[in-house]
Design a protein around this ligand. Structure first.
Ligand SMILES: [Zn+2]
Length: 414
């Protein structure tokens, strides 16, 4: 059992900057904030004026053990799987492995037969996430309300932490005319999930799909529509319904045709990521070049102003440049920069990657710095509350109180 006393820190608790300059960790837990002296036998870590914040949460990924390792190198201590694996049994080892990020999962989303995301799986070969250790999993699909209810029941039983529903007819993905779920089927899934106490997160990339998600009673959006700018009507409707939004600006930018080469070129990223992921950052989807990223940024600003919860998510998935512009861990920092570019105050952007996703996903043990919480922490040099790019000036990462890594030169996770 190790006790750590961090001193001389600027402490951002997930909501706001505190007056305190010390945080004490005992074993896996934060035990004190602002204690004037170190407990007996504690290791003291001098933050030298750097900023200590909760470990980051990426609220939209499709992950693997390797990707969870990449994520942790960038201070992302929890990833939220939005279509993939990681039942509670499969993740017992993940939860206990302090060299990789922790994970929660929707398991497999409700989708139409032959609908999204099957168009993304074409021609991926060895990168097909259905292959390998998860061979034998099938992509279930639903066509009727009864099938939707059965899907939700089955995945709730398998351990889904929340239910994901795909509302995608393909235009923004470069595959117009994909099969879709009808409203009755989507509603049946949402109602069943709510009966079982699970939140529903909807994939919706167009305004029409977003309206459907709202009408069906979804709790959160896994993207923000990119086909038009938000008008007052949709902003008010999302605010009134208390729907949270994970805009995934990094992947929206990629869909619209922008790569993330500037992130790959950043030495703080290049030193930590393998070549295949740097190549992926330099790639892009480019399936909706008629889109306008500034419109999406304006929509985020309008939603934030209306009080809608905004969460940082990336949609990071597999290392394939045609699905590029996004990488685990690194892209959370890109997302923070885009949220600030959209007009969110730096504190709100940092909250979007810490306390807000923790609240929206009922992760009561993390996402904030307070006594009794899990000791997932990120110490960066500088002050991301003033200059958001300082979030990448990573000094030390703690996962459950253990030092995951520190970064004198290229990171090596033991
Ligand atoms: Zn996704």
């Amino acid at each position: 059992m190790t006790t750590t006393h961090i001193t001389n820190a600027r402490v951002f608790d997930g909501h706001t900057l505190l007056d305190a300059t010390t945080v004490t960790l005992d074993d896996q837990t934060i035990t004190a904030v602002g204690a004037p002296t170190a407990p007996d036998g504690a290791e003291t870590v001098d933050a030298r004026g750097g900023t200590l914040m909760p470990g980051l949460i990426d609220a939209h990924v499709h992950t693997s053990i390797d990707s969870l390792r990449e994520a942790l190198k960038f201070g992302v201590t929890t990833e939220l799987e939005m279509q993939g694996y990681w039942t509670p049994e499969q993740r017992t080892e993940i939860n206990a492995d302090d060299t990789i990020a922790d994970v929660r999962s929707a398991l497999i989303a409700l989708m139409a037969k032959g609908g999204h995301p099957s168009e993304l799986m074409e021609g991926l070969g060895e990168h097909d996430p259905r292959a390998g250790e998860h061979e034998g999993w099938v992509m279930p699909s639903a066509a009727t309300p009864d099938e939707a209810r059965a899907h939700v029941q089955a995945f709730a039983k398998a351990g889904s932490d929340y239910i994901k529903v795909m509302i995608e007819e393909g235009t923004a993905m470069g595959h117009p005319g994909l099969p879709v779920l009808d409203m009755e089927t989507i509603k049946a899934a949402v109602d069943e999930a709510h009966k079982l106490g699970l939140k529903v997160i909807a994939h919706a990339i167009t305004l029409d799909a977003t309206r459907q998600a709202l009408d069906a009673g979804a709790d959160g959006l896994a993207h923000l529509f990119i086909d038009q700018k938000a008008d007052e009507r949709i902003v008010n409707a999302l605010a009134d319904a208390d729907v949270f939004v994970t805009p995934c600006l990094v992947v929206s930018s990629s869909l619209i045709g922008h790569d993330a080469a500037h992130i790959a070129d950043d030495p703080r990223v290049a030193s930590r990521l393998p070549q295949v992921w740097l190549d992926t950052l330099r790639g892009r989807f480019n399936t909706f070049p008629q889109g306008n990223l500034q419109h999406v940024l304006d929509s985020v600003a309008a939603l934030h102003a209306a009080g809608v919860d905004i969460l940082a998510g990336t949609d990071a998935a597999i290392p394939v440049p045609s699905h590029g512009g996004v990488a685990h861990g690194a892209s959370v920092h890109h997302e923070l920069a885009l949220l600030v570019q959209a007009g969110l105050p730096n504190e709100a952007a940092l909250a979007a990657a810490t306390s807000v996703p923790a609240r929206c996903f009922n992760l009561a043990d993390r996402g904030r710095i307070a006594p009794g919480l899990r000791a997932d922490l990120l110490l960066v040099d500088g002050n991301p509350l003033k200059e958001i790019s300082h979030s990448l000036d990573i000094n030390t990462i703690w996962r459950r109180g253990g030092r995951a890594t520190n970064t004198d030169g290229p990171v090596s996770v033991p």
